[in-house]
Design a protein around this ligand. Structure first.
Ligand code: ACO
Length: 305
């Protein structure tokens, strides 16, 4: 039996592929790309919320937000470790992100303008992330699947605290309700874009599905998110900014309007509202942290001998 054959059999039988197992080069490359992008998203994703740490409206909200932002850093670290099991160096993929040669999620290139944005990010953005990541708990690469289990538990807390913060605003004054609706209006479509291009325009999906790296197509997960979330928007007494949204009794799903793919492509190409600001912040942090890395290496070298 060839190595390829053994690999195909393990995929067919849903036996996880582990770091020491033989795997096709393209499988390894695809995983490094996806896990690397995922890790970068967690790390860059700390910035829009970090912006509100000093301005949270109460000590309770500040403590929750601080914990959430720290969780995102932890998720990034698990994911860089998972990527490293495939033989890449985290410094290398991190540098590629800083140079704009590796992507991170489009969603983090939108600004956080008011406090409601923070609730809406927890509720909608982490809500979308969970739909995608619950599916990845069964991805075929063992270290990635195991990282997802813990990450999903934490994301679930993030989503709930976001919805709870939105619920407080929804029951507040007229201007608080308007602030919430405005945040929903700005984040709804970018949240739908998180799932990636339509399946017809997704160059990686077919192979990733065959390898069971992805367990569902981009459109199916996006539909699941819409179906889950529209009733939550209604529960808050808010509206979805989509004139084409309607419930289809026959299919048991919501129909929704066309995503602005031009906007999506622009943001992914680096021309979104905050792309430059986000990368500049990460480059500054990397440069200013040089002394910490040097000190840690010197300390480790001293303690080896
Ligand atoms: N933002 C930025 N880039 C995107 C996005 C997005 N929302 N969606 C797709 N892309 C990129 C893909 O990375 C791919 O680029 P590449 O081939 O140059 O690497 C290209 O657009 C085409 O898309 P697909 O062929 O559909 O790519 P893929 O099969 O990788 O599917 C998806 C994209 C669904 C995002 C997948 O990579 C995935 O599930 N990743 C893990 C989850 C993740 O990264 N979440 C990050 C946000 S959640 C959070 O951090 C809180």
């Amino acid at each position: 039996m060839t190595e390829q054959h053994r690999f195909d059999e393990r995929i067919a039988q849903e036996i996880a592929i582990e770091p020491q197992d033989w795997m096709p080069d393209e499988y390894r490359k695809t995983l490094i790309r996806q896990i690397g992008q995922h890790a970068h998203s967690e790390i860059v994703g700390m910035l829009p919320e970090g912006n509100w740490l000093t301005r949270a409206p109460s000590l309770k909200r500040k403590a929750i937000l601080l914990a959430k932002v720290q969780d995102e850093a932890g998720h990034g670290l698990y994911l860089y470790s998972a990527a490293e099991t495939l033989g890449c160096a985290r410094e290398d993929i991190y540098q590629k992100m800083l140079d704009g040669r590796m992507k991170y999620s489009s969603i983090f290139n939108y600004p956080t303008l008011n406090w409601a944005d923070i609730g809406v990010i927890g509720w909608l953005v982490d809500g979308a992330a969970i739909v995608n990541q619950v599916a990845l708990c069964r991805t075929s690469y063992g270290p990635y699947a195991r990282a997802m289990v813990k990450i999903c538990k934490e994301e679930s807390f993030h989503q709930r605290q976001g919805f709870e913060a939105c619920n407080v605003l929804a029951q507040g004054s007229e201007s608080q309700r308007q602030m919430l609706q405005d945040a929903i209006n700005r984040f709804w479509w970018p949240a739908l874009m998180m799932f990636g291009p339509n399946d017809d325009n997704s160059p990686n999906s077919a192979q990733s599905l065959a390898w069971k790296i992805k367990r569902f197509g981009n459109d199916e997960l996006r539909q699941r998110f819409v179906d889950n979330t529209v009733p939550q928007v209604e529960l808050l007494g808010m509206t979805v900014p989509d004139k084409d949204l309607r419930w289809n009794e026959e299919t048991g799903h919501y129909e929704f309007g066309e995503i602005d793919w031009h906007e999506f492509n622009e943001v992914v190409a680096g021309r979104g509202l905050c792309n430059e600001e986000r990368l500049a912040a990460k480059r500054k942090a990397w440069e200013e942290g040089a002394w910490v890395r040097e000190a840690a290496l010197a300390y480790a070298a001293k303690n080896v001998g």
